[in-house]
Design a protein around this ligand. Sequence first.
Ligand code: PLP
Length: 394
Amino acid sequence: MKLNQNFKNIKESYLFAEVADRTGAYAKLNPDKKILKLGIGDVTLPLAPAVIEALHGAVEDMSKSETFRGYGPYEGYEFLRESIQGYYRARGVQLGLDEIFVSDGAKSDLGNILDIFSKDNVILVPDPVYPVYVDTNEMAGRKVLFSNATEENGFLPMPDYKVKADVIYICSPNNPTGAAYNKAQLKEWVDYANKLGAVILYDAAYECFISDDSLARSIFEVDGAKSCAIEFCSFSKTAGFTGTRCGYTVVPKTLISDGMNANKMWLRRQATKFNGVPYIVQKGAAAVFTERGQREIHKNLDYYRRNAKLIADCMDRLGIKYTGGKNSPYIWLKCPRGMKSWEFFDYLLKGAQVVGTPGAGFGENGEGFFRLTAFGSEEVTKEAVARIEKLLTE
Ligand code: PLP
């Protein structure tokens, strides 16, 4: 037996472990100090009441033989796919029901989708970015190239025709930079992908934070995307499903290469390796798209948006440059006084007892930057902002 040698090439993911270690060590030495965490990427508000009611109803369904469900369709129940179809239709995007695949979250599908791509594809990933894209490709032994997301390009790299990529990752609004592409910029990526015969894997996990109309919430709002893009969506940040687990992936039927159809291949892959998302969870997810569900989840999203604004306003007052904060739950700031990411982490922890995430952990271009998130409570966010402001104006 030989184990997958590619695992030797994957970088140890020490970012959050190191954050926890340094925070833990400080807390041990300073037990009287209250530490405030603005580093987490997890939501804190509970599920919306409409979702909870639907979950309860689905549990009841499972208790009666007339409504009990066993194995469901690999691609998800029609009631949920119809709701998702309606969500896209409201934005002018027409999708076939057979182009929508319900998943247990965007992370799984972002990794699993690689099953349908050839091993010798050239992969293009922005730096900095969500580490899953690089690690999943390296596990499979693929070559990864990086596009530089920098202060100069507003953390939104644009296509470079000298680079011949086959699989292009775009995450917008981006984790960690909070930067989001507008439709004209996405059109340039779509044109590049169509010209090269490449595919864009579009991670829209944070689409629900977009409030600016010039920004796309789906890549399929851009002409030409249906022949070159796959979109990954999640109920995690939209509706607090990080622990409940549900998402969906859109694979257009018009995504074809060498006579092979990506949509058919994905269905085949799912039918082989996936037995669907629990009926109960899908019922909860469908409730998100009802009028009441939308009202309730937007109330929660507004809560996080207000937190984001509190942090962004503080950065404005301090004259610190940042991206995100608007159309995103993340605030990606340039460490003040020329500090490096981990230096600033220690400075904030010791000086204000506030924990964030060092940008260097998301890629080389993240050095000198720092991520704060809006997912904490309003109370914690307000106090953290006040402490940061005091520390940096001293
Ligand atoms: N994509 C991005 C950019 C993320 O930041 C995350 C989670 O933090 C995910 C995907 C994972 O989403 P899910 O919870 O649906 O697996």
